[in-house]
Design a protein around this ligand. Structure first.
Ligand SMILES: [Zn+2]
Length: 469
């Protein structure tokens, strides 16, 4: 409730900032009229997308940190949109809120621990960490301290026909880092982390997909469950909870489509993860992209640093759509003015078409186990290395977007842009290799890491630390 002392003039500054933002939005929006100056369906969609991102990333919502009033406001907004679109929202005692409790940031009241465990995926846990998150999501004793109230926002577009009991989940997390929770790349900052791209963009796109699918004349042959997940930044809490208590049974959930950071499209580039998790996905994407014409980067793996992981772990085929990382990632500067609204709309249209294609195909997608972290998740805790992956890279090696402040990698001199080629004696071709190799070591081990930096290859000695709990 207390205003920060250095914000005494906030009441004057705030409206002006809003006016500027709204003016920016208006400029963007007016740019999409057709040659006759009429508003096109695309312009109308862009306006909706821009409004949603503008609101969710506004100062008023204070970065949508877990347990904050701003996050509740975001939940109310999403629920209102779901209702306006005409989806079924009376799902949990008449409301779209799937409530649960999540671990609070730190049992010690300090800032540091990146809940719920060690990670090298930037505040987003490995599969092993997620199992812990799952365990943590057991209904707590009423007096359990260190838990906070959390809620997913869920809505359903019902289907009709013999497959109407089957469901496609389309999800996007709506939480972010507040004023710089664990996971921030400016850990000393108490500025609002706006999270316009991460992940106001994904939520806006999901709402647009819902609107498009709900507006179809004929019902789809399968139902679509839309979920705005909470607690993603802290450890996929919302999706971990949902798969434990799903609305449609998991064996009737035939696919999960995830949107996380779809607001920074450049040069038509779209990154899709999970392309190997169903036999049909490769052909489906190729076919869809004939119309949508993206520069697609395909990654087969079903595990990754966002909510689709929770579904893939339950043997559900997944696709994860993403426009890539950038220098504002997990920083206060991830703001609305940098969003490519037209790119978001194009992603939403592709995902809507994907959902229709999946819903209308008689046979459900064929799940494929392509391995990944789950196979070695139980092989013990992974020591802490402190790297942040760059998921937009698809060259051999493990590409880093950055290193965690104060972590072992940083201390050794490794930096963002480096590509890890070898860890000890283990060659590293991708993030999964890195994860597997790291688990062969223990805290305190000093290992040699071979890194490609530009055209050079360099070696660094990294002393591993205990898993972050
Ligand atoms: Zn994030």
């Amino acid at each position: 409730m207390l205003a920060e002392p250095n914000h005494h003039d906030g009441r004057y500054v705030l409206p002006i900032r809003w006016l500027i933002l709204i003016a920016t939005a208006a400029t963007l929006i007016c740019g999409w009229k057709n040659a006759q100056g009429e508003e096109t369906p695309e312009a109308a969609a862009n306006e909706r997308l821009a409004r949603t991102v503008l609101y969710l990333s506004s100062d008023e919502l204070e970065g949508r940190g877990l347990g904050s009033k701003g996050l509740d406001l975001a939940a109310d907004y999403i629920a209102g949109q779901f209702r306006e679109i005409g989806l079924k929202t009376d799902l949990y005692d008449g409301a779209p809120f799937q409530k649960f409790t999540a671990p609070a940031a730190s049992p010690h009241g300090t800032k540091l621990p990146i809940a719920p465990g060690n990670n090298d995926v930037n505040g987003k846990p490995s599969n092993a960490d997620r199992s812990k998150a799952d365990a943590n999501n057991m209904p707590p004793p009423a007096t359990e301290p260190n838990r906070i109230a959390a809620k997913n926002v869920v809505a359903v577009l019902e289907g009709e026909g013999p497959h109407a009991d089957e469901a496609i989940v389309i999800g996007a997390h709506y939480d972010h880092l507040g004023r710089g929770e664990p996971g921030s790349l400016e850990p000393d900052s108490h500025e609002i982390h706006h999270g316009a791209d991460d992940n106001a963009s994904g939520v806006a796109a999901m709402l647009e997909i819902a609107r498009q699918l709900a507006a179809r004349e004929k019902k789809l042959p399968r139902q679509v469950v839309f979920i705005a997940f909470t607690g993603e930044e802290r450890g996929l809490y919302g999706s971990a909870h949902y798969v434990k208590d799903p609305l449609a049974p998991l064996d009737k959930t035939i696919a999960m489509l995830n949107l996380d950071m779809v607001g920074r499209m450049t040069d038509d580039k779209l990154i899709v993860y999970g392309t190997g998790t169903a036999s049909e996905w490769g052909d489906l994407l190729t076919r869809l992209n004939e119309k949508h014409d993206f520069q697609l980067t395909r990654h087969p793996e079903g595990y990754g640093p966002s909510d689709h992981s929770s579904f893939y772990a339950k043997r559900i085929p997944v696709l994860f759509f993403f426009t890539g990382t950038h220098k504002d990632y997990h920083r206060p500067s991830d703001t609305f003015d940098k969003i490519n609204v037209d790119g978001m709309r194009r992603v939403a249209e592709l995902v809507a078409d994907a959902a229709v294609a999946i819903a209308e195909t008689d046979a459900r997608p064929t799940y494929k186990d392509i391995g990944g972290p789950s196979q070695f998740a139980k092989s013990g805790d992974r020591p802490y290395f402190g790297s942040i992956p760059d998921f937009s890279q698809d060259q051999p090696g493990y590409a880093l977007m950055g290193v965690s402040k104060g972590g072992p990698a940083e201390a050794a001199g490794i930096q963002g842009g480096d590509i890890i080629l070898r860890l000890g004696d283990y060659p590293i071709a991708n993030l999964e290799d890195f994860d597997t190799a790291l688990r062969k070591f223990k805290a305190g081990d000093r290992i040699t890491v071979l890194v490609k930096r530009g055209s050079d290859e360099m070696k660094f000695a990294v002393t591993l630390e205990p898993p972050r709990q």
